[in-house]
Design a protein around this ligand. Sequence first.
Ligand code: ADP
Ligand code: MG
Length: 674
Amino acid sequence: QSGKLMALQRSRELLPIWPGKDAIVDAVKHSDSVVIIGEPGSGKTTQVPQYLLDAGLISPEGLIAVTQPRKVAATTIAARVAQERNAKLGSEVGYAIRFDDQSSPETRIKFYTDGMLLREMLNDSQLKRCDVVIVDEAHERTLRTDVLLANLKRIQKARSAEPNDKKEGKRKERWERRPLKIIVMSASLQAERFSRYLNNAPVLYVKGRQHPVRLFYSKTSQEDYLDSALRTFFQIHYEKEPGDVLIFLPGQEDIENLASTIKLYAAQRPMDSLDVAVRPLYAALPVAKQHEAFYKAPQNTRKCVLATNIAETSVTIPNIRFVIDCGLCNEKRYLAPEKGPGIERLSPTEISQSSAIQRAGRAGRDGPGKCFRLYTEQTYKQLLPAQIPEIKRCDLNFAILQQKSFGYDIEEMDLMDKPELNAVKASKTILKILGAVNQQFEITSVGKLMAKLPLEPHLARALLQSKENGCTKEVISIVSILSASSKVFYDLPNNEDREAAFQARSKFHHPSGDHLTLLNVFRAYDEISEGVKSSSSSNGQNGIGRGERKEWCRRQFLNERALAEATRIRDQLERACQQASIDPKQSCGDAHEPVLKSLFRGLVHHTALKQLDGSYKAGELPIKIHPSSVLCDKKPTGLMYEELVLTSFHYARCVSAFPPAWQMEWSDSLRKSL
Ligand code: ADP
Ligand code: MG
């Protein structure tokens, strides 16, 4: 144990950031804001919070909050830092992500997702507990990072201002005496922008250890990046040069597909001396599985990590010598029309040059590396220099509502980049449609509750509506499943028996569509769980429950992980409902209309109507029902959907039918109110 700790300490001292320790502590002591720029892997995220804590910069009850754009990074890095400090996760070092808080009053270093720290302001508007906030991966410019930074600037100013009435001689509270320190950390060269934004904050550069990386481009543009990734991987593998491989892909679906193909090929054509260990890494993967991507592969085995852009800068995987870059990432895009509500969709988008450079750099951490770009040099030259910040291309519904609940309009915030006017207008329209704000754009009581619930605005609205319709028990289950990070009906891998899976799953199908189908699944899972609970308590055994549930899910071709997560989410939402004086157990029994009506209230801006030729239009946008939907062949007149995915077409995912009369009723009442 102590040997291991000493080794960890030694490896800390070998990190490129170590010699800069005193300079960092000094800068933070003397300035309210500091910008730290350093190559990925240099030690910023894991070390800077520890340096500040060990230098005594934190008051005894104070907190260093570190934000990450992604959950995976927040949880894995918290675990790593706890390990380095020989602390149990959740004691001195903890984390908080939506629906999961591992911390205690002893916690001094706490990793948050950027959205979670924003949420913290609902209860603690001045972030009194925080002495330092470190905004990490700031170059990613997520919507929540940008909004967080604007709030931090405001809080910093408020906390360092003198109290209004000096004569009163009022003693300042502890947090008022300790101004908020803001540290921005980033892997890229936007240093001056961040520095200017933070009142000319000093900039510290950490030099990374970077070996040369040879770049290889495709000669022609590749139609099928999965196929060329596969071929490139086996080319590397058969040439037997040492080192692990990291493949960047846009999302989970591609990762799972390629993972199974690589495994299949490797099994068909085994090599006498070298095995392949395939390790996926994406946000929805359970934490234990994510960790496997970081472990060393066994001897004579080449590790092949298939990752989303999580592995671009936020986490470091040791021993990578080859990078295969497909040139795409999944990106949210918001289509805001001149008038009316907009539509957000997730689709594979070309990465920026700056991302491509970061991706290539991952091959040169431990020695000279190679990066295979599955696109031409010409394509590379045409990529944008840097990604467009999310605030300029994302749905602003939640951000605007949340700021409103803090008492601010988005227009008056000191943001690094202003959002597009159309997008702001569109979101305001949606918030009006959802009843979160009134015609004067004042937040309503419904809006306040929506901002408090840890849910997307449309799901929050549906949940609030369920109170009126007497079906909270049903709706809370549905929104919990929809809030889980992976899908209950997972995409079937090629080798699984599709016919058997379809048979097993079809017994849950509800004629109205996917929402009530999900409810049927959750109900069946609850029955199993409760049955298991009573049998295990009667014979006094613990721990068999999960195993039985897993086995049941396996036989139904369901994703147990998603259901277990949904159960935890539901517990939390039930508590949130009770605080909002909503009875979470109020049920409508087997009636389904109240449930659909509640969902419709939240999804009223996510609807499409069948046209004369049988096609669908969401507003002006032609869409199709996703093949995974139970309504795929049914073609109801009106449909509401959770999200649009763009592949060869705009596909609506998670779809339910509604009678067109609801739409008319709704438009009438809207016309009256607008
Ligand atoms: P940065 O934030 O500058 O990208 P990090 O602080 O995340 O760097 O990581 C510094 C180093 O710590 C990495 O290069 C890696 O060697 C090590 N490290 C970080 N996380 C882990 C982990 N989960 N497992 C093993 N090593 C890790
Ligand atoms: Mg980092």
